[in-house]
Design a protein around this ligand. Structure first.
Ligand code: ZN
Length: 353
C-alpha cells in the first residue's frame, strides 16, 4: 500500500464518519410538525391597537385576540370594588382626604371613544345655590331627545330616584369616573349593562325635582363631584383633554371651571320638594332662596299662625282658661295687657299664646 492509498482510506473514513454522525443527529433531533405539538398560550404582547393583544403559543404559533367589552371591564379594579347597584353613593367608606392630591385620569385612547351626553349650551352651571349645592350642569332639551353614554363603561345604577333626580342612570368608567344622567323621561339601560361611548342610555325629560325638560349631568370620582365643564365643552360637544389632571381641590362646590356669571337655575327649583339625597327641604333651606323682605313676611305669617285666641263666655275665669290651655295666668295677662283683677267681658277675645 502506497502513501496515496493510505490517504485515500483515511479520507474515506472521515467522510463516512461525518456522514454517519450527520445521519445519527438527524434521527435524534427530528422536528415534529407544528400541529403535533401542544398549543399552550405562554405570553400576550401589546399591539399598536390598545384593544388588540397578540397571544404566543408554545408551538411557535400566535394569534390576535380582542377581548369583549365585558371581559375587558371585568378585569379592571374599578369594576371589582365599591360596586353598589342599589344606592346612588357607592363610596361612603372613602373620605375625601383618602384620595390623592392629584389623579391622572385617562379619558380616552382616541377620539372615537367619547360622545357628548347631549350637545347644548349649559343653562345652569356647577356651583353653590344659596345653602345648597348644584352638583352638575343643566342642559336644556326637548322631552324624548336621546342621551348618550360619554365613555364606555358599566351601568352601576338605573332606577327612578325619589330623592329628586327622577329617572337616574349612573355609569362607571374604566378610569374610575362616574357620569350621572338625571331627570330623564325614560331609561334605556339596566344595572350591570355594558355600554360603549355613544350608546343611548335614556331619553330627556323632566322627572323628579325639575321644572322643565333638561339633562342634569354630573361627573364624580369616588362620589366626589367636580365641575363637568372642566372636562367637556358642552356647546361644542367636545372633550377638552385626552388625559385630565384631576386635583383634589376640584372636589369643592366653590371650585369652578369659569367664574362667568350666569342666570339663576330655572330648572331645578332647589327650594321645593326634596333634596337630591332624598331629604325633605327644611324651612331653613327654603328661606335661603327668599329675599329679605319675603323672609320677614313669611316669619310674620308663621308667628301669626302660631297665635291662639279664646273668646270669653259666661262663667269663664282666668284660672279656668289658663288650665284649659296649659298656660300661666301671668302669660295671659301679659299678652292682653290686663291684670288678674280685670273683669272679663263676654265675647272679648283673649290672646292665649
Ligand atoms: Zn341640575
Amino acid at each position: 500500500m502506497n502513501r496515496y492509498s493510505l490517504l485515500y482510506i483515511i479520507v474515506a473514513c472521515c467522510v463516512f464518519a461525518i456522514d454517519g454522525s450527520h445521519a445519527q443527529r438527524r434521527s435524534v433531533n427530528y422536528t415534529p410538525k407544528l400541529e403535533e405539538l401542544p398549543r399552550i398560550p405562554i405570553d400576550t404582547i401589546d399591539t399598536a391597537d390598545p384593544e388588540t393583544k397578540l397571544v404566543l403559543f408554545t408551538n411557535n404559533t400566535f394569534c390576535y385576540y380582542r377581548p369583549t367589552l365585558q371581559e375587558k371591564l371585568d378585569s379592571l379594579q374599578a369594576f371589582n370594588e365599591y360596586w353598589d347597584t342599589t344606592q346612588v353613593f357607592a363610596y361612603k367608606s372613602v373620605a375625601l382626604n383618602d384620595l390623592p392630591e392629584l389623579i391622572d385620569i385617562k379619558l380616552i385612547s382616541d377620539y372615537q371613544d367619547f360622545c357628548a351626553p347631549f350637545v347644548a349650551k349649559v343653562r345652569s352651571k356647577y356651583g353653590r345655590r344659596g345653602r345648597r349645592n348644584h352638583n352638575g350642569v343643566d342642559l336644556p332639551l326637548k322631552t324624548g331627545e336621546p342621551i348618550y353614554a360619554t365613555f364606555e363603561g358599566k351601568v352601576r345604577y338605573s332606577t327612578y330616584n325619589s330623592g329628586g333626580f327622577g329617572n337616574l342612570v349612573i355609569i362607571r368608567h374604566s378610569n374610575g369616573l362616574e357620569t350621572w344622567y338625571a331627570h330623564m323621561s325614560r331609561r334605556n339601560v339596566s344595572v350591570n349593562d355594558y355600554v360603549k361611548a355613544g350608546d343611548v342610555i335614556g331619553y330627556g325629560g323632566s322627572t323628579g325635582r325639575s321644572t322643565g325638560p333638561h339633562l342634569h349631568f354630573e361627573v364624580r370620582y369616588f362620589d366626589q363631584t367636580f365641575d363637568p365643564e372642566r372636562l367637556f365643552a358642552f356647546e361644542e360637544g367636545e372633550l377638552k383633554y385626552q388625559t385630565f389632571a384631576l386635583e383634589r381641590s376640584f372636589f369643592s362646590i366653590y371650585s369652578r371651571e369659569t367664574d362667568q356669571l350666569e342666570e339663576y337655575d330655572d330648572f331645578e327649583n332647589l327650594a321645593s320638594l326634596k333634596d337630591e339625597d332624598g331629604k325633605e327641604a327644611s324651612a331653613e333651606d327654603i328661606l335661603a332662596y327668599l329675599s329679605e323682605e319675603e323672609k320677614a313676611k313669611r316669619e310674620e305669617e308663621y308667628r301669626k299662625s302660631q297665635e291662639v285666641y279664646h273668646t270669653i263666655k259666661s262663667g269663664d275665669m282666668l284660672g279656668s282658661i289658663s288650665r284649659r290651655y296649659g298656660v300661666s295666668i301671668d302669660q295671659i295677662c301679659r299678652l292682653n295687657n290686663i291684670s288678674r283683677n280685670t273683669i272679663l267681658q263676654i265675647n272679648r277675645r283673649l290672646r292665649i299664646r
